[in-house]
Every structure is written in structure tokens, then in C-alpha cells.
Design a protein around this ligand. Structure first.
Ligand SMILES: Cc1cc2nc3c(=O)[nH]c(=O)nc-3n(C[C@H](O)[C@H](O)[C@H](O)COP(=O)(O)OP(=O)(O)OC[C@H]3O[C@@H](n4cnc5c(N)ncnc54)[C@H](O)[C@@H]3O)c2cc1C
Length: 625
């Protein structure tokens, strides 16, 4: 195998590794040419912009999931000069490796936000704060996410449309989900094109999970229980269990910068500024005319947008930029000493999926052996040469959708991500627990138990929370992170629904399949819950309050809705109410969170947003080849 310790690969290894083993793997992996390089991404054109005309047709703030797609689609119009401004750098090549995704959190590509401490949630997390990871790189959160690609369901989008958002029903948005995609030919041949596109920039593939037979065991017990096994997972039915696809190619992550910017990196009308922060929107009266930017060297410049400013900085930063510019709730802006330009409920309606790691299945796999001393070397070889093994999968692609309140419903209220942690591997389970910022006692508890048995985590996700959070400015300094009030479980119904997820797992454990494998429901010794009886309702509630936390799916803080909706900030064409030439196009516009992971829905929002811009400016598209 050719070794090429490419200077760019090495330079990109800027993050502090989580452990000595991770560092070893990072160096080894980056030394192979099979991972991405900085040359794969568009160059930073800051210097050129500084000495030339600082006016563009469109300025996009934030080059994450949505921003990179917008840059791709808008530069299809050759007459349009488009500037994308991103706070982060090019993705580190290590982010390509699915099996290392948990080690990316808390590192250089993660803003590592934390929610404000809240009674009754994240009680076993460090400082009793829930971690709110968010990607900081070209490609945004698609650079550090778990790559799971799901749409949500028909009811989610029909609900958006019923709230007065014309053009956002499931029927309307489905073509935009597909537009981005390039599905495998075998998939199309077998399942057709109704839910999978071909020829789009983003590859999605199966993870080809091959570590153990645990996924087959789960699906077999699901079948035995009479629940749906869905193949493929995305289709006409929304309740059931199956394997999700991922944004992958050859078992390498495909972040949105790689999918949408790399192929067009030489388009002359695409300008990218990296490592620079958009601080505020420049306004003339009620019209957006440009943005103020802090560059990498600390200098500040103003950049003009002759057509539109588009905010795609994500659900936390887009509202922050708006509020710093005087667009937000008047009371809060006044409190912060910011003159109000438009009194809108920016930052309210914040929603997230909480994930509960308190249900764990243990079993002793008699045929398993302790890992050999060369285990990490072997895994790396297996990955680089055969694209398989431990490093080829994020390990949570086996997914279940159930309705715990109404077994007859065709729509789910709980999602499970099944994660498997093999015996004798304390690093892996420790990495998961650290990802979610659990305290040292809990990490130790899991690591001690992993020496005795394999652990299967059916992580329960509350899909349609009723509780709403809010974002507020911490200060008028754009460098200061906003205050995140998650307000999890403030609606009683949310707690009740999450509690019922235990019953589904108990039913699975009652099947002959799981009994045959000697699987049992493990009692987690949570120090803060020792006053409760194991397996009592009090224990499970206490467990939720200690070890349920964010699944990093923040949405809704710039809600879409008609002007007569007091909760709405943007209209159905994603234009900010009462401000000309300003749109918000990212996950923040979701009126209600979708019933599944949020990356694919954000891609859809960007594809649809780009088309709406083209329609509104009545442009015929001339694609540069
Ligand atoms: C750890 C993690 C795991 C996840 N796993 C999954 C998963 O498996 N499947 C799934 O579907 N979803 C997953 N998600 C969620 C999904 O990735 C997000 O919903 C989606 O990426 C949001 O896209 P966005 O464009 O709104 O924001 P982002 O992709 O976060 O992009 C925002 C961009 O704006 C930049 N930015 C912010 N402020 C400024 C500023 N002031 N100036 C300039 N640039 C700025 C940021 O650096 C970032 O690049 C995960 C998220 C995380 C964090």
C-alpha cells in the first residue's frame, strides 16, 4: 500500500486527540492517501476579496449542511457572484472515518456549546449541563455528525403545510430530498426511485455493518414480536425497524462540503472565506444590504450583497446574528441595549431531540475473545484495505420507530438507535459516555461492566417533544456563545412518553430470540438514583433525569410561518418578516421538529430554498460544466 505522508493531511491533524490510541490511529489513517485532502475543497479567496470589489449578488453566512448546498445551487447561475463565509476550517481528514465519529466531539470542529443548567435533566452530566455539539468547519455539522440519513415522515411535513406554509407538504418536499441524492444502482434496481434520487451530489450507502450478528438478532426479535421489519427503512411505512443508510461512499463520510463544493470548487463565481465570523447583518432601514465580518486575522470588513443576504449559520448562530442586528424579541433586545429593527420571536420555539441512554441490554457472547494486542492495527488495516470492520461504521444505523402511546398509529413517537459495545473494550463505551458529557462515576460504571459482558444500548429518542426552549444573547459580543435554555421535559407528556420506551425493550427481551442469547435488562447504578428501587417507575424517571441529554438536533429557533402567526420569523419562502432581501435557510426554520434525524431534512430545506431564490429572481439556470 502506498504511503504518502501528504503535507496537507498532516497539517490538517490539528485537533487534540481524545486518547493516545486515537492519536495513533489518526496519524496512521491520515498518512494514507485514501482520506480527503485540503485540495479537495475550494480555496479561501479572502486575499483576493480584500483587494477587489467587496460586492456580491448573494452573501451566505455559514457553510454548513445548508450553506454548502446553497453555494452549489446558486453558483449554477453563472451571472451570479456568490460569497460563502464560514467560521471553521476545511474538515480534518480524520472526520472521513465513520468509526471515529465519537472522538470528534469536543474537538476542533465542535463549538461544544452547553445548555444552561436545568433542574431535572442532565443531572449526571459534567456541571449538570447538557452538551450541545455543533459543527465548525466547511460542511458544518455534517462533518461531525453520525451520518444517518432519514427523511422524517409524511405527517411532519403535512403538519408544516397545515400551519400556513404553502409548498411544504410531504408531496411538495419529497422531490427536494431526492434532488440531492445519488443512491446506489442496486438500491434503485431493487426498490425503485420513489424515495431515492440518482445523479445528485450526495452519495448515501448502507453501512454494511459486519462487526457482530447483533443487528440480525434485534431484527429477528422484532419479527417475532410481530413488529415491522422495514427494508428499505425509508419508504411508505413509518413505524418499524431497519437499517438506515448513511452519507457515505466507500465507507468514508461524505460531508456536504465534499459532496456539494468539491465538484464545483473551481467555479469562478464561487467565493469562499474561511475561518471568519459573520457578526451582524448590515441594514438600511428594513433592507439587508450586506454583512460585517471578523476575518481570521481579527480585522473587520463590511461586504455588500446586491441581491440578498442568506443566513445559514444553523439553529444557534443564525438567531444570534439576527438578534445582534436588531431583529428579535423587542424586550430582550432592549435589555441587551440593542435598538430593535424588527420585533420578531427569534430564538424562541427552540426544539431538540433528547436521547436517553438509561436502557441497556447485557449479554455474554460465549464465542467472543478478548481483543488481541494488535486490535487497533488490525482494524486500521481492515478499514484501509477492505473498507470494513470497526472503523467503517458509526455503529448506530440499526434504527427502530415505534409509537408507545398508540400501537395502532402509523406514525412513531419514539425512535431507537441501537449501539453495540463489545466486552473488553472500555475505550469504546467510555468514548460514548464522554461524547454525551457524562460524569466520571458513570463512565467508570460502564467501563467496569463492559469487562463482564457485551452491552447493547437501545438509545430512546423522544421524536415530537412538546417542550420548547429559548435562546438568549449572553452579551453583545458576537464571540460570546448564546445562552441555551433547553427546557427539556417541562411538559409532563414528554416524560411520560419517554418512560414508556422501556416497555418496548422489555417486550423485545421477552422474545425467544433474545432469551436464547441470554440477554437481560441491566440495572445501571446511577449514584443519584440509589434512593429508588431498581426497575421501578421512580428509578426509570430518575434515570431519564440523569442520563437523557441532547441528540444534537437543535431546530426551530427561526420558525417558519405566515405573518399572522405570532411565533413566526420567516415566511414560507424563508424571507424574514418585515425585512427585505434577507432569508434564513437552515435547520432553524423548522416550525416543528421532524420525526427523525435532522440532516437530510436540512439538505431538503436548502435545495428548496435555492429553487425559491431562483424563482423569485426569475432566473434561467446556466450550469457551468
Ligand atoms: C454530533 C452530531 C451528530 C449528529 N448526527 C446526525 C445524524 O447522524 N443524522 C442526522 O440526520 N443529523 C445528525 N445531526 C444533526 C445535523 O447534522 C444537523 O441538523 C444539520 O447539520 C444542521 O445543518 P445546518 O446547516 O442548519 O447547520 P450546520 O451544519 O451546523 O452549519 C452551520 C455552519 O455555520 C457556521 N457558522 C456559525 N456561526 C457562524 C458565523 N457567525 N459566521 C460564519 N459561519 C458561521 C458553522 O461553523 C457551521 O459550519 C448531528 C449533529 C451533531 C452535532
Amino acid at each position: 500500500m502506498e504511503l504518502c505522508m501528504n503535507a496537507n493531511c498532516v497539517a490538517a491533524l490539528s485537533s487534540t486527540p481524545g486518547s493516545i490510541f486515537t492519536h495513533f490511529l489518526q496519524v496512521l489513517l491520515a498518512s494514507m492517501c485514501t482520506l480527503s485532502k485540503n485540495e479537495d475543497y475550494p480555496i479561501d479567496r479572502t486575499d483576493e476579496i480584500l483587494v477587489s470589489n467587496r460586492e456580491f449578488d448573494f452573501v451566505i453566512a455559514g457553510g454548513g449542511t445548508a450553506g454548502t448546498i446553497l453555494a452549489h445551487r446558486l453558483t449554477e447561475v453563472m451571472e451570479w457572484k456568490v460569497l460563502l463565509i464560514e467560521a471553521g476550517e476545511d474538515p480534518n481528514p480524520i472526520t472521513d472515518v465513520p468509526g471515529l465519529f465519537m472522538t470528534l466531539l469536543g474537538q476542533a470542529h465542535d463549538y461544544s456549546y452547553k445548555s444552561e443548567p436545568q433542574e431535572g435533566i442532565c443531572q449526571s452530566s459534567k456541571n449538570k449541563q447538557c452538551g450541545w455539539s455543533k459543527g465548525k468547519a466547511l460542511g458544518g455539522s455534517s462533518v461531525i455528525n453520525a451520518m444517518i440519513h432519514l427523511f422524517g415522515n409524511e405527517r411532519d411535513y403535512d403538519n408544516w403545510a397545515s400551519l400556513g406554509n404553502k409548498g411544504w407538504s410531504y408531496k411538495d418536499v419529497l422531490p427536494y430530498f431526492k434532488k440531492s441524492l445519488n443512491c446506489p444502482a442496486e438500491h434503485i434496481a431493487k426498490w425503485g426511485k420513489k424515495y431515492c434520487g440518482i445523479g445528485g451530489p450526495m452519495n448515501i450507502r448502507n453501512y454494511n455493518y459486519s462487526l457482530t450478528n447483533i443487528q440480525d438478532i434485534i431484527l429477528s426479535s422484532v419479527h417475532e414480536l410481530g413488529l415491522n421489519v422495514l427494508e428499505p427503512l425509508t419508504g411508505d411505512r413509518f413505524v418499524g425497524f431497519g437499517r438506515a443508510m448513511g452519507t457515505l461512499e466507500n465507507m468514508r463520510r461524505v460531508n456536504t462540503a465534499k459532496a456539494f463544493l468539491s465538484p464545483i470548487k473551481d467555479r469562478k463565481n464561487l467565493y469562499v472565506i474561511k475561518s471568519s465570523r459573520v457578526d451582524k447583518i448590515l441594514l438600511e432601514g428594513h433592507r439587508a444590504t450586506g454583512v460585517r465580518v471578523t476575518l481570521k486575522d481579527g480585522g473587520s470588513i463590511d461586504i455588500k450583497a446586491s441581491k440578498e443576504v442568506i443566513l445559514s449559520a444553523g439553529s444557534i448562530a443564525s438567531p444570534q446574528i439576527m438578534m445582534l442586528s436588531g431583529i428579535g424579541p423587542k424586550e430582550h433586545l432592549t435589555e441587551m441595549g440593542i435598538p430593535t429593527v424588527a420585533d420578531l420571536p427569534v430564538g424562541k420555539n427552540l426544539q431538540d431531540h433528547i436521547v436517553w441512554l438509561g436502557i441497556q441490554i447485557a449479554y455474554v457472547n460465549e464465542s467472543a475473545m478478548p481483543p488481541s494486542p494488535t486490535f487497533l492495527m488490525d482494524a486500521t488495516y481492515e478499514y484501509l484495505v477492505h473498507n470494513s470492520g470497526e472503523l467503517a461504521t458509526a455503529g448506530i444505523d440499526l434504527v427502530g420507530f415505534v409509537n408507545v402511546n398508540d400501537p395502532n398509529s402509523v406514525y412513531p413517537d419514539i425512535q431507537f438507535h441501537f449501539g453495540h459495545f463489545p466486552r473488553w473494550n472500555p475505550d469504546k463505551v467510555g468514548s460514548l459516555m464522554s461524547t454525551f458529557m457524562f460524569n466520571d462515576e458513570l463512565i467508570r460504571e460502564a467501563q467496569e461492566n463492559i469487562m463482564k459482558s457485551d452491552l447493547l444500548f437501545p438509545c430512546a429518542v423522544l421524536l415530537n417533544p412538546k417542550s420548547r426552549g429559548v435562546l438568549k444573547l449572553r452579551s453583545v459580543d458576537p464571540a460570546d456563545p448564546v445562552k441555551i435554555y433547553a427546557n427539556y421535559l417541562t411538559e409532563e407528556e414528554d416524560l411520560k412518553t419517554l418512560l414508556k420506551s422501556v416497555d418496548t425493550i422489555k417486550s423485545l427481551l421477552n422474545t425467544e430470540t433474545m432469551k436464547k442469547h441470554g440477554m437481560w435488562l441491566r440495572h445501571i447504578d446511577i449514584p443519584g438514583c440509589r434512593h429508588t428501587q431498581p426497575n421501578s417507575t421512580e428509578y426509570w424517571e430518575c434515570s431519564i433525569r440523569h442520563i437523557a441529554t441532547s441528540l444534537f438536533h437543535a431546530v426551530g429557533s427561526v420558525r417558519m410561518g405566515p405573518s399572522n402567526d405570532p411565533r413566526a420569523v420567516v415566511d414560507a419562502r424563508l424571507k424574514v418578516h418585515g425585512i427585505d432581501r434577507l432569508r434564513v435557510i437552515d435547520a432553524s426554520i423548522m416550525p416543528n421538529i421532524v420525526s427523525g434525524n435532522t440532516n437530510a431534512p436540512t439538505m431538503m430545506i436548502a435545495e428548496k430554498g435555492a429553487d425559491m431564490i431562483k424563482e423569485d429572481w426569475e432566473t434561467r439556470v446556466h450550469v457551468e460544466l
